[in-house]
Design a protein around this ligand. Structure first.
Ligand code: ZN
Length: 156
């Protein structure tokens, strides 16, 4: 694990923090883990939240430290090229790293009630299509929407 991040505890439980400052555009970490199917992801039960959707039928069963990165409706990072977590604004050392889980979800199966406490909090985390259009465009412009979602939306 990079010494620029550390795993600790936030109000949401296990969490990943910046141990050094990141500038917008910096890669924070690369997610890793075995590739599994949708059925296998559902079978994980409560741990399903650890499964990152990487294309229309495949998930990555995240290993530490990636599985500890929490969701925020007002995130400071996002997912680039499927598995790279990138800073989308400057992040001072000590801040928790969070991304918007909805940028990786194109399915109606999984939702999560949200306690991220950001001013933009949507209350419930649902898939990308549930986001307001302006927010969809904002995330798409930043390049932090999973490519399979961009493809499926443009093809639909
Ligand atoms: Zn929220």
């Amino acid at each position: 694990m990079s010494n620029r991040i550390r795993v600790g505890e936030s109000d949401l439980g296990a969490a990943v923090f910046a141990a050094a400052p990141f500038a917008a555009g910096d890669i924070i970490l690369t997610f890793a883990g075995p590739i599994i199917t949708f059925a296998e992801a559902v079978a994980l039960g409560v741990n399903e939240a650890n499964a990152l959707q990487i294309d229309s039928v495949h998930y990555m069963d995240l290993e530490p430290p990636g599985c500890f990165v929490n969701h925020s409706c007002g995130p400071n990072s996002g997912l680039l090229r499927r598995t790279q977590l990138v800073a989308i604004r400057d992040i001072p050392a000590g801040d928790e790293i969070r991304y918007d889980y909805s940028t990786t979800m194109h399915e109606d199966h999984w939702t999560m009630s949200c306690r991220c406490r950001s001013p933009e909090c949507r209350g419930v985390v649902k898939d990308f299509c549930s986001l307001p259009r302006d927010l969809q465009k904002h995330y798409t412009r930043l390049g932090i929407v999973q490519p399979f979602i961009v493809r499926e939306i443009n093809g639909a």
